[in-house]
Design a protein around this ligand. Structure first.
Ligand code: GDP
Length: 610
């Protein structure tokens, strides 16, 4: 989502969508890699016609829905007296680029005085039973904010603690599921991941999954080696396993901070938090709290007496009681807000979790909250969000890849590789990454052996990636989820085919694949002779339906004995277009007469899919 920051004066500009003059003082706009003419107009708060005119002055003919590149958008914005910087992405690299930009701006420009540091938002991840929940509790108990000591904490999905006078926000839902679900909806509300690894158990499957998720999102990881109170444990062994997984501890010559802790005995907690602040400092988390609030829903429910409740983390600006906010598909005027210790508050600063009351409906986790000026604006924003799916949320597949690259919407192809044996993975990885170019990088975000699982699909959804199987199947749940979410799964048996498909897709030259869609099944109950050598099968449709012209497979004793197409379809002497389950009919099959009572027929159609 595009954001605009007014760094000179508090609050958004009150200019509407008209032909208002450009701002006297340059304002900062954040522009994504690509956007449409309409989105740029919204961002600059001018009419789309103005943008089109400006583009024409630069020799570019564009319509309102046309996608333009960052460079083009930046040129228009600069000509209209805006300062332009790249929009922060879920990608740490661009976040770093943004923070670099902001740093240089701060040095040159006193107008950035509005930027203030905000607390880091932290998610705890790790394998089941490694102590995530206990660590969250230990952190909460040992660092309750001085002013709120003695208050009863309430579960609102996140809480804040104070470390050396600085605040840190913890998401209260450990594990990578919530993290992934939010990323899949285009929201990323984690700045740092604490990866918990139990010293007595070591790196386990979900530890590896968590690493993949954090890395794919570009979020820095700190490792908490937990349960060090247990006798006979060996933290060095854990570091060895972490190194194998690509996280090399500082004392092993890498850059990953590993802190030994015991959530049970509350050992090492302070050290862990201090290290967290260190990493947070490097992340340069700064926002302008005087802007209208922009945040993400991290928890939502319907309360019998209070109505819809949502916990929101504001990441830009400030949220106040009385504000009108559009939240995903709903909106409302904020009646009251409560913090993580149940205290009524009138405003919420960036990264402070608050439960809000006053929305008309329960929003979804991951929905974006945006403070707007009026009910009318809230409703038109909701309408826009419902009808226009932002390009950054569209799934990528090998067939639309080239178009997305050309439109500048995709700069890297994220791939998950699942193979039958470890030995196949390295050559596939190497061949695929070497296909990358200046326009598009090929990034392997997960590789491993075994069937394609739901967890693989979740990672693909969150990272806009595709899944490639080599000699493996997809688990049914994974297949279903992939179909619902539009995630592309491709399976291969020959490495050459795999590489050449991806290579062709990168060049926009991929041929479609043939997919069979089963339409119905029938049983032969009688055989009728027609003319000299022809015969017709009298069948009963057991499932689905038969369409005239459908492809058909004839099976006898569990074996396929013929494959052809339906040449005639009749009910009571009448030609019909289709016959549904539960009815009898006569079926003729092209070039086939050898029917036998008891044979089964499977009807299908062939679709070409990318
Ligand atoms: P989660 O599934 O990762 O949230 O794990 P839990 O926090 O529920 O902890 C799993 C089990 O490990 C529980 O029985 C905890 O009491 C225990 N546990 C957690 N941290 C420690 C620790 O530091 N030392 C010991 N000895 N046990 C721990």
């Amino acid at each position: 989502m595009a954001r605009i920051s007014n760094l000179n004066s508090p609050g958004y500009s009150s200019r509407g969508h008209g032909n208002s003059p450009p701002p006297a003082e340059a304002r900062l706009v954040e522009i994504g890699a690509t956007l449409t003419v309409r989105q740029l107009a919204d961002l600059l708060q001018i009419s789309a016609v103005e943008v089109i005119k400006q583009l024409m002055r630069n020799g570019i003919m564009a319509n309102i829905n046309q996608v333009i590149s960052y460079e083009t958008a930046a040129a228009v914005a600069t000509e209209l007296n805006y300062k332009v910087c790249p929009k922060p992405k879920a990608d740490r690299k661009s976040a770093t680029a943004l923070s670099e930009f902001r740093k240089s701006q701060r040095q040159q420009d006193s107008t950035t005085k509005g930027l203030k540091p905000r607390p880091p938002i932290v998610t705890i991840m790790g394998h089941v039973n490694h102590g995530k929940t206990r660590l969250l509790d230990a952190i909460r108990q040992t660092n309750v904010m001085a002013t709120e000591a003695g208050s009863i904490t309430q579960h609102i999905g996140a809480y804040q603690v104070e470390v050396n006078g600085q605040r840190v926000t913890f998401l209260d839902t450990p594990g990578h599921e919530a993290f992934t679900a939010m990323r899949a909806r285009g929201a990323q509300v984690t700045d740092i991941v604490i990866l918990v690894v139990a010293a007595d158990d070591g790196v386990m499957p979900q530890t590896l999954e968590a690493i993949d998720h954090a890395k794919a999102a570009g979020v820095p990881i700190i490792v908490a080696i937990n349960k060090i109170d247990k006798p006979g444990i060996n933290p060095e062994l854990v570091k060895q396993q972490l190194a194998d997984a690509g996280l090399v501890a500082e004392d092993w010559g890498g850059d990953v901070i590993c802190v030994p802790v015991s959530a049970k005995e509350k050992l090492g907690i302070h050290e862990l938090l201090e290290n967290l602040l260190l990493v947070a400092e490097m992340e340069e988390l700064r926002v302008n709290p005087s802007l209208p609030g922009l945040g993400t829903v991290i928890e939502a429910k319907l309360d019998k007496t209070k109505g819809p409740l949502a916990t929101v983390l504001v990441y830009e600006g400030r949220l106040k009681v009385g504000d009108i906010a559009a939240v995903g598909a709903t909106w409302g005027r904020i009646k009251a807000m409560f913090n993580d210790v149940g205290k009524r508050v009138r405003k919420a600063e960036p990264a402070t979790p608050v439960e809000i009351l006053g929305l008309n409906q329960v929003p979804q986790v991951g929905d974006i909250l945006k403070v707007v000026a009026s009910e009318h604006q809230a409703q038109s924003l909701i309408q826009k969000q419902l009808t226009e799916r932002p390009p950054e949320l569209k799934p990528v597949n090998l067939s639309n890849l080239y178009d997305q690259i050309s439109a500048g919407q995709v700069k890297e192809l994220n791939i998950i590789i699942k193979a039958d044996v470890q030995g196949s993975i390295e050559p596939i990885k190497n061949s695929l990454t070497s296909l990358g170019s200046v326009e598009i990088q090929v990034r392997i975000i997960r590789s491993g052996t075994g069937n394609i699982t739901e967890s693989d699909v979740m990672l693909a959804i969150a990272s806009k990636g595709i899944i490639i199987g080599f000699g493996v199947d997809s688990e049914p749940g994974a297949q279903r989820l992939a179909e619902i979410e539009g995630v592309s799964i491709r399976s291969y048996k020959v490495i050459y085919d795999l590489i050449s498909d991806v290579s062709d897709a990168l060049k926009g030259m991929l041929a479609p694949t043939r997919v069979e869609v089963i339409e119905g099944q029938a049983e032969i109950r009688a055989v009728f002779g027609i003319g000299k050598k022809g015969s017709i099968a009298g069948v009963y449709v057991t499932e689905g339906k038969i369409n005239r012209g459908a492809s058909v497979r004839l099976q006898r004793g569990g074996k396929i004995i013929a494959e052809s197409t339906v040449s005639s379809l009749r009910r009571f002497k009448d030609d019909v277009k289709e016959v549904s389950a539960g009815y009898e009919c006569g079926v003729g099959i092209k070039d086939w007469n050898e029917f036998k009572v008891g044979d089964t027929l499977e009807f299908f159609r062939v679709e070409l899919k990318q």
